[in-house]
Design a protein around this ligand. Sequence first.
Ligand SMILES: NC(=O)C1=CN([C@@H]2O[C@H](COP(=O)(O)OP(=O)(O)OC[C@H]3O[C@@H](n4cnc5c(N)ncnc54)[C@H](OP(=O)(O)O)[C@@H]3O)[C@@H](O)[C@H]2O)C=CC1
Ligand SMILES: Nc1nc(=O)c2c([nH]1)NC[C@@H]1CN(c3ccc(C(=O)N[C@@H](CCC(=O)O)C(=O)O)cc3)C=[N+]21
Length: 295
Amino acid sequence: MTADIIDGKAFAAGLRARIATEVGGLATRGLVPGLAVVLVGEDPASKVYVGSKERLAREAGMISTVHRLPADTAQADLLALIATLNADPSIHGILVQLPLPAGLDPQAVVMAIDPAKDVDGLHPINVGNLTIGAPALVPCTPSGCMMLLRDRLGDLSGARAVVVGRSGLMGKPMAQLLLAANCTVTVAHSRTRDLSEVCRTADILVAAVGRPRMIGGDWIRPGATVIDVGINRLPPEPGQEKGRLVGDVDFDAARAVAAAITPVPGGVGPMTIACLLDNTVEAACRAAGLERQRA
Ligand SMILES: NC(=O)C1=CN([C@@H]2O[C@H](COP(=O)(O)OP(=O)(O)OC[C@H]3O[C@@H](n4cnc5c(N)ncnc54)[C@H](OP(=O)(O)O)[C@@H]3O)[C@@H](O)[C@H]2O)C=CC1
Ligand SMILES: Nc1nc(=O)c2c([nH]1)NC[C@@H]1CN(c3ccc(C(=O)N[C@@H](CCC(=O)O)C(=O)O)cc3)C=[N+]21
């Protein structure tokens, strides 16, 4: 079998086009969704992502601002910026790019964001609402994975899903969403015994680990759907400036076994940003008391 490639880049472009249409309609009613991204420090990968977020938000017709702070920013100054953004009625979504430089407490920072503006879905109010099945702002990467899975498989009820990774940004909310979609969910992590065997039980395998090509072809159940969230940059080849981006799955080996797989790049990554824009529109509509007008 040669797996189909799930084209997240194309799906995300379509989603952004629908969001742009919706934003155009909202503008005629006087509502322009506004996104503020906060970047602390000089992490090169984070700079690239933040730049894409700003550009794509503007392309969709939104207001987009980026607040770049030095790596030695004091916690109190970061919290003061968040308080200003919380109070700014033109800003509907706030995202603080993670990881933060050492010395800053990410939990305290996330707690300081108004839950209604927490487009990353990391505030305990949103985490709790997701868990109890109440309306919540849902973390962008797991929502993007769910959209790709639903598009490919339709109803996910009864599927055996394995999520490798249990971070608050990815693994845990992914598991919640799969559970809400009636999958039988296993969450694996660095202490999981016999990880390859656990993975082989999966009809749906979601890898969010951060270890290049850790998941081999023989970890995958024939016919499975594989969602590779990992974004890992390999060391540069001799003569090249930048190393290649690869996922957590050995793509070539997996392609011979799975029914469908997301590539890296061009899979989950672009969906993350599209879902961020979607969450910003969601937050703006809720703030204004308007129903969503999805295109
Ligand atoms: N495409 C996108 O838009 C996004 C991509 N990412 C990428 O996804 C990956 C994961 O991100 P994130 O969740 O934030 O990362 P974290 O580092 O926060 O979490 C990694 C998880 O993987 C687990 N893990 C680590 N090593 C192993 C191992 N050998 N076997 C099994 N499990 C292991 C850890 O287990 P334990 O809890 O036991 O330590 C942890 O739960 C990264 O490559 C990141 O770049 C992340 C967000 C968005
Ligand atoms: N508060 C917070 N929220 C996040 O959502 C968040 C974060 N912090 N920190 C870092 C991770 C990582 N992340 C990505 C977003 C887009 C791509 C993306 O667009 N990737 C492209 C290519 C990228 C490239 O070429 O470098 C792709 O996969 O095709 C990747 C990774 C969001 N994250």
